[in-house]
Every structure is written in C-alpha cells, then in structure tokens.
Design a protein around this ligand. Sequence first.
Ligand SMILES: [Zn+2]
Length: 492
Amino acid sequence: MHLYQNQQLKIYNSLSGKKEIFEPLNEGHIGMYVCGPTVYSNVHLGNCRTFMSFDMIFRYLRHLGYKVRYVRNITDAGHLVDDAEDGEDKIAKKARLEQLEPMEVVQRYTIDFHNILEQFNFLPPSIEPTATGHIIEQIEIIKDILEKGFAYEVNGSVYFDVSKFNDSYEYGKLSGRKLEDMIANTRELAGQDEKKSPQDFALWKKAEPQHIMRWPSPWGDGFPGWHLECTAMSTKYLGETFDIHGGGMDLKFPHHECEIAQAEACYGHSPVRYWMHANMLTMNGKKMAKSTGNNILPGDIFTGENDILSKAFSPSVVRFFMMQAHYTSILDLSNDALLASEKGFSRLMDTLSTLEALETGTSSDFDVKAWKQQCYDAMNDDFNTPILIANLFEAVKHVNLIKEGKESITAGDKETLTQSLNAFIFDILGLEQKGGTSEDSGKLSGVVELLIQLRKDARENKDFATSDKIRDQLAELGIQLKDGKEGTTFSI
Ligand SMILES: [Zn+2]
C-alpha cells in the first residue's frame, strides 16, 4: 500500500485554470519536466525560488510513494539576449565579453548553479540534460514539423508558422492570448522581414560567420531556437505525453506556449497533462533586477557580504522563508521577513529537542492523528506549504504545553508526532537542522560578539597585536570579521 492511495492530491493546472485531482498517466509513476537555468551568469535568487518550489513538489510526490522521473534541463545554447528572435546567444555574448570559450562560461555557471542548489539542500533531478547534447534530436523535430507543414525555411533559418498552426490547433491557450489580438498589437519591426509574421518563432537560426556556437544541419550551419530544446528533451525522456511540466510564471509566454505548439505540430496532441507555474520573488516590494541594483545573490545572503541585509542568513532559514509562501503567490524578501523566519525556524528546531525529552503519560490531550492528516490535507491542496507550516506550529504549541505539564501525550502519540514532524520538516520541506540561531549557534554568536568587544577595547588601547590576533585566529576558524560604519559584524 502506497501513501498516495490514501491521499487525494489536487494540483492547480495553469492550462485549465482550475485545481484538478491529480492522476498520473501510469499508476505509481510520474514524469515531471522543469525548465532549468540558462547558464551564463550566477543563478538568481528568484530562479532559486522556482527550482525550490519544484524540489519541494518532487520531494512530496516521492514521499507519497510515487516513482518520479524528474528532468530539469540546462540551457547552454540557443537562448538569445532579447529572449525572442533577435540578438546574440546569451552564452556566446558572455564568452565574447570575457574572452572565454562558450563551454568555459557554461562550466563556470553550471558549477555555481549546482553549488547554490546543494547549499539549499536540493535533491538532484533524475536527469539533467543539456541543449547542446541534444542537437540531433532537435534537428529531427524540426524535420518532422517541416514535413507536417507547420514550419518554413528561409535563407538557412527555419521558422514555426504560427498562423498555419492556429488554423488546426489553438495558439495561446496556456497564456490566454488570442492570435488575432497578438497580430493587432504588433508593429512591423524592421529586420524581421524574414518571417512571414512577427508571431512566428525560430526553430533553427542560421549562424552568421562571427557566431561561435554553430552546428551543421540540413539547412546549413546554425543553432536551435530556444523553445525547441525543451520539447526535444522532455519528450525524449518522458514520452510524447507526460504528467507535469513546470517553470517560472515568466516562461508561460512565449516559451511554454511555443513548446505546446511544437509538440502538437509534431505529435498531434497536447504534450503535458498538468502545467504548473511558480510565482516570482520581489525584494523590498520591488521587482528584483540587476540593472536597478535591487538584487542579491544567494551566496551573498549566506556569507552576509551585501549592503541589503543586516546579517548573514543560513540556506535553511532562506528556504524556510520561501516555504512560508504558496508557490503560486508573489513573495517579498526583506531583512525583517528573514529575521522573522530565522526566529520561526529556530523555534521549530528547538521543539524537536524539547519533544525528544518529553515525558509521556497514559493519555493524550492532543489529537496527533487528526493533526497529521491536516498536514497531509495542506500538502494535498496544491502543495500548500504555508498551511502546512501553520500546522507545524500548532504542534509546537502543544509540545510546549506538554513540557509545562499542562497537557500530556502517550508514548505512541509522541512517536507518531516525532516521525511526522521529521518527515514534513526534513524530507518534504527540505530543511536542515544546521544553521539558524538554534541554541548552540546562539551561544557561538555570543562568544564572537564578546571577542569583537575585546578586540575593540584592544584597539582603543592601541594594542594592535592583540586586536590582530583576535581577527586572524577567528579567520583561521572560518569566522570573518567585517568592520563597517556601524561597527563590526561577522560571518561564519
Ligand atoms: Zn523550457
């Protein structure tokens, strides 16, 4: 008996705009595809939130007993700077600016991506395919779409014919756009005359002589369009129809719309049963963007080396903060919100130790069985982690009442409660005990603060030998002191 046979999971399907009862195509198995990063810069915190939402979803599906094949790709070619049809390949541009081989750029930022995700305690996907590793598959799909009459070749490039496709299928159904409106709202842009219509998108782009990333094809040397790789890799590893396709909300249009069109043109039917979209992360109420400076890298949150937050926050605290919002809601990051999450996280961790030491009695005042089902109900309701966390704090309240002798719990209920808390906190939410300001690290902070004070006294007495000794020996232990206008801070 698997857990999923007792739990009815509902998923909000972006395609239907409704919560639907989840039934996988093949009983007990789930195929899930999530659009991965374009590896031309350090991973954004907003992208981390998207991937974290799907990590939590992957974890819960596995917890329910499903065998999940989770495919998350790496875009290492074909994603153009303006996200549409023109401009340079993002990776090629970075390579040119930094005088690197494109593969050097890809390698550097793939390692950064994996490193940050590991710190956030992500589970690795089952398959992590790359666009450049699937050029042959992409060329085959283009041939197929050309053969079916939904694409045309112009001067070494191949474009998807959106109007032709829309005659037999429906272009825009995922994002709720109508092709007529899109046509009415576009101005003719110079330089786009190669395409029959501005809505058409590239399946294959001819490589100009200076373009460094290029592959031979039946249409000459070139490179695949960005939307194509996901169709090639998702259907190769999950089949022409698969259960879940996820990504950030910003990918709905045009990326996912184009993926649907490509697959329908090829296979004659919709590729995905449940489309899921994670919402964005803002910071201090504004959109995060490198250009405005309203931006922070995950690594800089962990070390505290930034001008935005008052201190360093551990990956588990940031993860806990993100899990406190539903994946479809906009979430705003701020110093206060992280401080509150840190407090909540350490309360949760402290409760686990309190629970371990609790004495048991002959009866329970806390209905653990009903509580446990409420936790599952929250997760079954489209992965509602904020409600789950509210339930976890309901348990915290009872554990404290039991500790104070105002309530009691039986040994059996204590066992169930311990197991369930561990499952929800560590296996499903993916949090880790280390980090946060639990009792021990609270003491450590106190000791470091004391040393900072002694160092300050030494400097005021012009005893620089002692002040340097404190700083250097702390550094040897991996504790960095940072002197700023508002005094000295530290990061571990
Ligand atoms: Zn994609």
